[in-house]
Design a protein around this ligand. Structure first.
Ligand SMILES: [Zn+2]
Ligand SMILES: [Zn+2]
Length: 296
């Protein structure tokens, strides 16, 4: 099966180039990397057969390629050479025809080390376009600094140390958010009663009068901060992705439940009810923001 995935294609080209340079060890590493991901890739088995030195390994790789793609001339010729048999003329002709179009000659003017240093791979990546691992159709030159996979500009997040892919970003965040599932229950159990109590007091006593609006504005921040802080302490200061939102939801419940009769009155057209909701509305807006920031 021919390789179609752009990333593996680009790896294959890289491996072939290394092989053409005589960097067999580097080429072998890349072929094996391809085969890990695509064990059916006969092109990689063929390449591997050409660069490994052990005759048994060579044979196994040629045979594998031949099983995957019967009558592959390169594999037939390789096996013939291993057995010391002459390469059949029609196979030799097919090989010669196939060798022409593919230009694997070194593109860079760079003399090779005489001592056949196989250890260092040639970095030919820059010559080849990478493809975003989340959008295989998008060419890119960026890589995630953490996992080294290519990512397109819309997937990449810039960080002080380089670009990071969404998966690695998520992992980093998961390490940051250290809450346990029980923390959510605990946070709700702590913040809901307080929110209900303060919500009731606000709805009961602060639903009218201009002076109250001013007082409410200042009191709300303090109440929200208090709810956030006491909830955070109850869960041991741990952080959770959705914990701030949970506390905000509890504060909303804390106002909506005691304000239900007023809400129903508003629904039936009571203008006075609407005014009565102004105070609790301000409280909720200011208080919930304060609690949210405390929980972060
Ligand atoms: Zn990554
Ligand atoms: Zn992408």
């Amino acid at each position: 099966m021919a390789i179609k995935e752009p990333r593996l294609r680009s790896l294959l080209t890289q491996a072939d180039r290394n092989a053409a340079y005589g960097k067999n060890a580097a080429a072998e590493g890349i072929y094996r990397q391809i085969l890990d991901a695509a064990p059916e890739a006969e092109e990689a088995w063929l390449g591997l057969a050409e660069v490994v030195s052990d005759p048994e390994e060579k044979r196994a790789a040629y045979e594998r390629a031949l099983r995957l793609a019967p009558e592959t001339p390169a594999a037939i010729a390789g096996l013939a050479r291993l057995d010391g048999r002459p390469v059949p003329p029609e196979i030799a002709a097919a090989l010669e025809a196939a060798a022409e179009p593919e230009e694997l000659a070194p593109a860079k003017v760079e003399p090779l080390d005489g001592d056949e240093d196989h250890a260092t791979a040639i970095d030919v990546e820059a010559d080849y376009e990478l493809y975003c691992y989340r959008h295989p159709e998008r060419a890119t030159s960026l890589r995630c600094y953490n996992c080294d996979r290519p990512i397109c500009i819309s997937c990449a997040n810039k960080t002080p140390v380089g670009y990071i892919c969404p998966e690695c970003q998520r992992e980093a965040e998961d390490a940051f958010f250290n809450s346990k599932p029980l923390d959510y229950l605990l946070a709700a159990l702590v913040s809901l009663p307080i929110s209900l109590l303060t919500g009731f007091l606000i709805v009961r006593f602060f639903s009218g009068g201009f002076l109250f609006f001013i007082i409410i504005f200042f009191v709300s921040g303090a109440i929200g901060s208090f709810i956030g802080r006491i909830t955070k302490r109850a869960i041991g200061g741990r952080r959770g992705r959705y914990l701030p939102a949970l506390v905000v939801a509890m504060m909303i419940l804390g106002v909506v439940i005691p304000a239900l009769p007023i809400l129903l009155a508003v629904l039936t057209g009571s203008v006075g009810g609407l005014l009565a909701l102004l105070g609790p509305g301000i409280y909720l807006f200011v208080g919930a923001s304060a609690a949210y920031w405390q929980m972060r």
